[in-house]
Design a protein around this ligand. Structure first.
Ligand SMILES: Nc1ncnc2c1ncn2[C@@H]1O[C@H](COP(=O)(O)OP(=O)(O)OP(=O)(O)O)[C@@H](O)[C@H]1O
Length: 253
């Protein structure tokens, strides 16, 4: 059974900046971003992107990450994907993870779409045999037709997204992580993607996605998690969390 468990996770990102630009305050209050703090024992600075986050995402959950620019949404996804090692706390993931960010990950601009299906699949941890056996189906799902014979560098951002999305969802990972880059798709892609995603979620697994699009969040997620300056502010049914966040933004606080 797929499951994600974060226990008291903190992520500090050290900033190596010229000494002359030191920060006077422990925490600068801004509308965006994480918390900027002095780095303990040094004259340097860290950005606290996530602070003491404890979170369990159970099998079958579809969680949407909501919040201002720099609230920590992408950082959470990167911690779940194993790209960022937390500074504090523990992360435990059960199930194969596929991430739909870093769209270029495992792809070669000079290789064709077909070749990139195999490359990305292998980067995501699947065997060449496995991915080759599925490439026909994946190619079809991209909707890219003859462009699959062209090098990736000839693709638009949305076309690359289609390719990456088709690979990730065809491999039936148990945990799918999506960052909002998916918004690069056009309406036809989104409709098709939703169908594929629903099939994927129906079979098993966990979805965690970050987006600023309420429509996308409502369509794909059942639960919302509102992040603010690296901390969880609210978790609950997606409509309730979007509603509370929207009210907060509109109140101008
Ligand atoms: N590579 C990095 N170097 C320094 N700081 C970073 C880096 N990546 C993220 N941060 C900081 O971490 C904090 C959280 O950023 P994150 O990308 O997780 O936010 P987000 O909620 O995904 O924002 P957005 O909605 O704008 O994509 C921000 O304060 C950001 O400045």
């Amino acid at each position: 059974m797929a499951r994600i468990s974060l226990s008291d996770v903190t992520v500090d990102i050290p900033i190596y900046e010229p000494a002359g630009r030191s920060l006077k305050n422990n925490i600068l209050s801004t509308a965006t971003g994480g918390q900027i703090r002095p780095r303990a024992g040094t004259t340097g600075t860290v950005i606290r992107a996530i602070e003491n986050l404890t979170l369990d995402v159970e099998h079958g959950s579809r969680v949407g990450l909501i919040g201002h620019n720099g609230a920590g949404k992408s950082t959470i996804l990167r911690v779940m994907a194993g790209i960022y090692e937390p500074t504090g706390g523990t992360v435990s993931i059960a199930g194969e993870v596929a991430s739909l960010f870093d769209i270029g990950f495992g792809m070669d601009p000079e290789a064709t779409g077909w070749e990139n299906i195999v490359l990305r699949g292998m980067y995501l941890g699947f065997s060449r045999r496995d991915i080759e056996a599925r490439s026909e189906e994946i190619g079809k799902a991209t909707g890219l037709g003859e462009f699959l014979d062209m090098p990736l560098r000839t693709y638009s951002a949305g076309m690359s997204t289609r390719l990456a999305f088709a690979v990730s969802t065809s491999l039936k990972p148990e945990v799918l992580l999506i960052d909002e880059g998916i918004g690069a798709g056009d309406a036809a892609f989104l409709a098709q993607a939703q169908e594929r995603l629903q099939a994927f979620i129906g079979e098993a697994g966990v979805l965690v996605m970050a987006s600023h699009s309420n429509d996308l969040l409502r369509a794909w997620c059942t639960e919302g998690l509102w992040m603010e300056h690296g901390k969880m502010r609210m978790r609950g049914p997606i409509d309730a969390v979007i509603g509370a966040y929207t009210d907060f933004v509109n109140s101008g606080r």
